[in-house]
Design a protein around this ligand. Structure first.
Ligand SMILES: Nc1ncnc2c1ncn2[C@@H]1O[C@H](COP(=O)(O)OP(=O)(O)O)[C@@H](O)[C@H]1O
Ligand SMILES: [Mg+2]
Length: 235
């Protein structure tokens, strides 16, 4: 990973074709440096989910370029051959709900993805324990998800997103169900983890509680992004 983080230029996404085609993304430009947390804000239907899916290699853009570090991922219809490996090994996802697996303990919830990526079980569990410690939930390592509070579960979900040490984390409304204090705690943790692991973090949100914390914000309206400075309030 070099100093670039994630960079997209002239990204476009069209769903369908002919009369029923929808141009969900028309002109999207964005850069997020390693260690940086940016906000992505826009009204319903503006293209946020489509953009997050393109960034996370869940769907492919119709045109435009995306690079991760110094590697080209998409370039005007061309794409790297193994998008599945990219998604699994280099992108961490955090959702509105934690989606932990109920019959695995907290440690195994985090270690599962690294094991699927081929890491030895011992190393994957060790890494899981380190992340749990870093997120102040180390004492819950052997618990089952249902025994944890909502805030603790969301921290475990963040640990899971970091498990493969991805250069990018995509968070879709990660604080929506949380009260003000817990929402800010999640943002504090994302900021700390971004710096500690040099991760580029993109947070889709319309949560007024956390918007003042971003130093940089991308607004998206009708499929087009506009960058602006945020307040960058300390949390
Ligand atoms: N699979 C799809 N097929 C056709 N149109 C879609 C699809 N997904 C989203 N859209 C359209 O693309 C536009 C952007 O949607 P979306 O990315 O979900 O916006 P947001 O997440 O900001 O609400 C909307 O007009 C939506 O109806
Ligand atoms: Mg959406």
């Amino acid at each position: 990973m070099d100093g670039f983080g994630i960079r997209i230029e002239g990204l476009r996404k069209r769903y369908g074709e002919g009369d029923t085609a929808v141009d969900a993304l028309k002109e999207v430009n964005m850069t997020v440096a390693p260690g940086e947390v940016v906000g992505l804000i826009g009204p319903s239907g503006s293209g946020k989910t489509t953009l997050l899916k393109c960034l996370g290699a869940v769907i492919e853009p119709t045109a435009g370029r995306m690079t991760l570090g110094d590697e080209v991922i998409y370039d005007d219809g061309w794409k790297i051959s193994d998008l599945k490996a990219l998604r699994r090994d280099r992108i961490g996802f955090v959702f509105q709900a934690p989606y932990l697996i109920p019959f695995l303990d907290v440690t195994d919830n985090i270690a599962l993805l690294p094991m699927l990526a081929g890491r030895p079980n011992g190393a994957a569990r060790q890494r899981a324990l380190e992340l749990l410690e870093a997120l102040d939930v180390g004492h819950r390592a052997r618990a089952e998800p249902s025994q944890l509070s909502g805030g603790e579960q969301q921290r475990v979900a963040i640990a899971r997103a970091l498990a493969n040490q991805p250069p990018v984390i995509l968070a879709d409304e990660p604080t929506a169900p949380l009260d003000s204090e817990r929402a800010l705690a999640v943002i504090r943790i994302l900021n700390r983890m971004a710096r500690q692991y040099d991760t580029a973090v993109i947070v889709v949100t319309h949560d007024e509680k956390i918007i003042p914390t971003f130093k940089r914000i991308y607004h998206i309206r009708d499929g087009t992004t506009h960058e602006e400075a945020g307040e960058g309030r300390e949390v």
